[in-house]
Design a protein around this ligand. Structure first.
Ligand code: ZN
Length: 107
C-alpha cells in the first residue's frame, strides 16, 4: 500500500516524508530524521514492512527530540528500536485497538 500523504505533523511541525532509493545522506542507515529541515527519509531499497517500522522509529525520534530539554535526556538508539518494535507489533496485532484509539480515522 502506497502512502499518498507524505507529510506528518509532530508537535506542531509539518515534516516531509521522503522515500528515496539509496539516498546519499543515509549511508548505511535505513532511515533518517533531519529535525532542522523537518524531513524524515526512508530508504525504499528495504522491504515495505521494514520501511513502516523505520518510519515509526523516525517518528519516535522526532517526538523524542521535541520532548527532551537536553540531548542527555533523549532515548538511545537501542531504546528507540525496542519501543519501535514492540509498539509496531502491538499496533499490527491489535487493529481493533487502533480503531478504538483513533475513531475518526479511516483504517
Ligand atoms: Zn534511530
Amino acid at each position: 500500500m502506497r502512502l499518498d500523504n507524505k507529510h506528518a505533523e509532530i508537535a506542531g511541525v509539518a515534516y516531509d516524508l521522503i522515500f528515496a532509493d539509496c539516498p546519499t545522506d543515509l549511508g548505511a542507515n535505513l532511515g533518517a530524521l533531519n529535525y532542522d529541515q523537518a524531513e524524515i527519509t526512508i530508504n525504499i531499497s528495504i522491504p515495505e514492512d521494514r520501511q513502516r517500522q523505520v518510519m515509526l522509529h523516525e517518528l519516535l525520534h522526532a517526538a523524542d527530540v521535541v520532548t527532551s530539554d537536553q540531548d542527555s535526556e533523549r532515548l538511545t538508539e537501542n531504546q528507540t528500536w525496542r519501543i519501535t518494535t514492540q509498539l509496531f507489533a502491538i499496533l499490527q496485532n491489535n487493529p481493533h485497538l487502533v480503531s478504538w484509539l483513533f475513531p475518526k480515522q479511516v483504517m
